[in-house]
Ligand binder design. Structure first.
Ligand code: SR1
Ligand code: MG
Length: 424
């Protein structure tokens, strides 16, 4: 079928025309279609038989432009192929943590998948103050398994190089290179922020050579550190959860990149939520401290859980090879292998913090916002939270090698996120 952009009016006919999808519905007499995409790139439709609500699918289609910018900004539809490949690989590595694919239509740049009706987008739930008791455990598992098993620590080098070659996601990486690592710091015309954010705060990331050089180091690592198959855009809007389960969605930015990029993306979003919750909790008439503490504890548990699980997978994997590891045959009772592992995860934390800092700053100055902060109606309060996010992001990038533990980052967040704090 030739490509055509679907609309709410045409999706039901498409579903009915595809046998694998039509078979999921007992009738099309009472079909409801809603476009629910809140991302910046694609269109997402939920298709439900109102007479039998269990009969439901999600249709996600790439359009040949960047949705947030409009048709004047062309963007190739190949991103759906990268998303499809990533979903398939992740389904093998973390079963039950990504939506099931029901149908793939490369010509239409479209996938049909499981409707996660019992789960909610985590970002919106966090804004509302909802806690997810298993979220950190699930996310740390997702990170540990997807990053370890797609890396040279596990794969045969030839297999890994072929996987790198198959995941060269030029256009979407370019978006990240521009909108995460370049435009926020070079006073780009694409930047967008409310007038309440003072120029002095913006100057701390645009007029400081040390900060811009440090961001350039992170950009270099993003572009050249092909360590593992990344999700590539792992913010809290890419996670759906409930009390029992967690699903990671939307891997169209998937590519082989530095492991710390995915880890840092998740951490950054918990820290942005922490800064914003001073406002949201008070607006709801609550003491902000308990929920803010939970957010920091969750970020700590994501890192600590990831580190523990990643190292355990690595040790088990090496043991299954009779002790041979990335450092070679075992000549020292495993000492060199363990020393390498410890150095590896220490370096990974620094990378994650540097990437988290870039991710925090881009959400304040760049075109793509987070609702946690953009949804703060009071301009003065929003500007204070934005300045705090810039200050924290800046410190994370500049000092990324200086945090001995994730707990020290929580201390930084508490210091910068004080309601009376004027960020330096
Ligand atoms: C133009 S920036 C679009 C952003 O939306 C996606 O979610 C990615 O974060 C990307 O940077
Ligand atoms: Mg997305």
């Amino acid at each position: 079928m030739d490509y055509r952009q679907l609309t709410e009016a045409s999706v039901a006919d498409y579903v009915a025309s595809v046998p694998a999808l039509a078979a999921r519905f007992s009738s099309f007499a009472d079909i409801d279609v809603r476009e629910v995409g809140d991302g910046n790139l694609n269109y997402v439709f939920i298709v439900t038989n109102l007479a039998a609500p269990d009969e439901t699918v999600v249709i996600k289609q790439a359009v040949p432009f960047l949705r947030i910018a409009g048709e004047s900004w062309p963007l190739g539809r190949q991103r759906m192929a990268f998303e499809t490949a990533a979903l398939r690989r992740q389904a093998e590595l973390v079963p039950g943590m990504v939506p099931s694919l029901f149908h793939v239509d490369p010509e239409m740049s479209l996938i049909a998948m499981q409707n996660l009706r019992e789960h909610r987008i985590v970002r919106g739930e966090l804004i509302a103050g909802r806690r997810f008791p298993l979220l950190a455990d699930h996310l740390s598992t997702f990170l540990a398994r997807t990053l370890f098993f797609t890396s040279d620590l596990h794969l045969d080098p030839a297999v890994k190089k072929a996987a790198v070659a198959a995941s060269v996601n030029v256009e979407l990486c370019r978006i990240t290179e521009d909108f995460v690592f370049t435009h926020p710091y070079d006073d780009s015309a694409s930047n967008a922020y409310p007038p309440g954010l003072e120029q002095a705060a913006i100057d701390t990331i645009q007029r400081d050579p040390a900060l811009r050089a440090a961001v350039a180091e992170m950009k270099w690592l993003f572009m050249n550190g092909a360590e593992a198959l990344l999700h590539g855009d792992l913010h809290t809007g890419s996670i759906m959860a409930n009390e029992r389960e967690t699903y990671v969605i939307d891997p169209e930015f998937a590519f082989y990149g530095p492991m710390g990029f995915d880890v840092g993306a998740i951490l950054a979003n918990f820290w942005l939520a922490f800064l914003a919750q001073e406002h949201h909790q008070r607006a709801a008439g609550a003491d902000p401290a308990p929920f803010r503490n939970w957010l920091l504890e969750t970020a700590e548990a994501v890192w600590d859980g990831f580190r523990t699980k990643f190292l355990a997978l690595w040790r088990e994997d090496d043991a299954s090879r009779g002790g041979a590891s990335f450092v070679g045959r075992d000549l020292d009772g495993g000492a060199s292998a363990e020393a390498f592992r410890q150095r590896f995860v220490t370096r990974l934390l620094a990378d994650a913090l540097g990437f988290a800092g870039c991710k925090m700053m881009r959400r304040i100055v760049g075109i793509a916002k987070v609702a946690d902060i953009a949804g703060i109606a009071d301009p003065a309060v929003r500007a204070r939270v934005e300045a705090q996010a810039l200050a924290m992001g800046r410190r994370l990038v500049l000092d990324r090698h200086g945090f001995p533990s994730i707990g020290r980052v929580s201390a930084l967040a508490r210091e910068i996120g004080r309601v009376d704090q004027v960020p330096a």
